[in-house]
Design a protein around this ligand. Structure first.
Ligand code: SAM
Length: 472
């Protein structure tokens, strides 16, 4: 029985409800009247239900699809302005006891070099990331209670926050580790993590069990209810995602939105962000072995429909995707991207040749961070290294309230400008700095509140004089 408030995985992600939703969407994919009414509702920018959004995803009327893309762009502008937040993944360990068939870390893979960073090696990685200009990392690890116990993760977080190299520091550590207990989530919360990230991979229970044949991750219920345990433990910023390519994208889309609706219904706050990874080639993994791969056009439509369905939820795209694909998705709703990423354990301090690589998957966008920053600015975006909300207690429902009232610009835009200025002063190439300084001048003029504007102008001068970490 479908019940978004239930704490039972199979009730808040109801298989029957998804099948009925897909049937409804298919039957109404050319229903102009219904699609128009859903678009009218969407224009109120308060979001859509999984059923309504599924109809838009299925819609096969070209003019209406253009309207969907335009609306997604508009919502993106209204809620996120022209800011794009930057982060980098940090792979701590690729030891893993699970048997996930799409992931090269699966325990049967004997030819991938296994590696777990020591605390000294983590300091080296963080120093390298700080030298690039990063302020946010997302730590990643395989699931292995012996090699990667929670104590190791906690110690690593402490190390990451402790490294202060030149003007650098990591100000937000997001965590992408396997589903765990409320007790362990409390420990992560106390360690000061930003967002807890866990991809569902697939919402289809039967496929989930086949794709995760062995190991603790096999347990669909344990995995699907992880965000509830994280929230019970006080982590109110959680990030969802599915690995597109494993199951039918329409099924995953409905499941993802039902999960978001469940978090809102059961905890009063939806997901902070949604990631949209697609399966990629990796050691021992050929994406063509999976039948549900999606092309760039469908991918763009998914991103646009997510943007419309949950306007106040950030959307993340990684370097799994190419420059060209990322450019298209930025317009349609993505608000956070990684840059200069290495998906191998220890890859920032010690870049390795491909064949000796412990990488999780192939990276498509291999440009250095400085190139990504310049590219964003040339397209009119303001790259942001901001971490202020979470450090000022603007998380969970407090953040959502500000976001839903479209007030986030008053904090985010000044903070984006200030953190970009820090980047330009400390890390940018001459060319990037030149473009960035011009952009900042222009962006300061867009600040409507005179008090905020003069405070930003004052802070910009202070940053030039060496002051760091100024924020609103
Ligand atoms: N081990 C943790 C867990 O069980 O959730 C999370 C860390 S894992 C390093 C991060 C994510 O990478 C996975 O959740 C999966 O979606 C993604 N991933 C695994 N194999 C991939 C592949 N071949 N291509 C793209 N993404 C992949």
């Amino acid at each position: 029985m479908y019940n978004p408030k239930s704490m039972e995985a199979e009730e808040f992600i109801s298989h029957e409800e998804i099948l009925q939703t897909l049937d409804y969407a298919e039957k109404n994919k050319s229903n102009l009247q219904l699609i128009n009414s859903i678009l009218e509702k969407a224009k109120e920018k308060k979001g859509l239900s999984h059923r309504e959004a599924s109809v838009l995803l299925a819609c096969d009327i070209p003019e209406k699809n253009n309207e969907i893309y335009k609306l997604a762009e508009q919502i993106k502008k209204d809620f996120y302005g022209n800011r794009i937040v930057l982060f980098a993944p940090l792979y701590l360990s690729n030891y893993c006891v699970n048997g996930c068939v799409y992931c090269p870390y699966h325990f049967k893979n004997k030819h991938i070099p296994r590696k777990k960073l020591t605390q000294e090696e983590i300091r080296n990685e963080i120093t390298a990331l700080q030298d690039m200009g990063h302020k946010r990392v997302a730590i990643e690890a395989g699931e292995d209670p012996v090699n990667n116990p929670i104590e190791y993760i906690l110690e690593s977080i402490k190390t990451i926050y402790s490294v202060k190299h030149k003007n650098g520091e990591i100000r937000r550590v997001n965590v992408n580790i396997a589903a765990t207990t409320v007790e362990n989530y409390k420990k992560l919360h106390d360690a000061g993590i930003g967002t807890y990230i866990l991809f569902q991979e697939t919402y289809n229970k039967e496929s989930y069990e086949t794709l995760h044949p062995t190991g603790p991750k096999h347990n669909y219920k344990w995995h699907t209810e992880a965000m509830d345990r994280a929230m019970q433990a006080g982590i109110d910023d959680v990030s969802l995602g599915v690995l597109f390519g494993l199951e039918s994208y329409k099924y995953e889309f409905a499941g993802l939105l039902m999960h978001a609706e469940h978090l809102e219904a059961a905890h009063g706050v939806g997901p902070h962000a949604i990631s949209v990874p697609r399966i990629k080639k990796a050691d021992d993994i050929n994406p063509e072995d999976f039948d549900n791969g999606i092309d760039d056009d469908i991918f763009a439509k998914i991103v646009a429909c997510i943007r419309i369905a949950v306007p106040y939820t950030g959307m993340i795209i990684s370097t799994r995707e190419s420059e060209e694909c990322r450019k298209r998705l930025l317009h349609l709703g993505v608000s956070q991207i990684s840059g200069g990423s290495k998906t191998s354990v220890g890859g920032y301090f010690n870049p390795m040749p491909e064949d000796e690589n412990s990488a999780q998957f192939d990276v498509s966008d291999r440009r250095p961070l400085d190139d990504v920053i310049r590219w964003l600015m040339e397209m009119g975006y303001v790259p942001s290294f901001c971490t202020a909300c979470y450090r000022s207690g603007r998380t969970g429902d407090r953040f959502m309230e500000i976001c839903k009232q479209q007030q986030i610009h008053n904090f985010c835009h000044p903070n984006a400008i200030l953190t970009l200025k820090e980047y330009l002063e400390d890390y940018a190439s001459d060319e990037t700095k030149k473009i960035g300084c011009k952009l900042i001048e222009k962006e300061v003029q867009t600040l409507e509140d005179e008090k905020i504007k003069s405070a930003v102008e004052k802070d910009l001068v202070e940053i030039e004089q060496g002051v760091r970490d100024l924020k609103f």
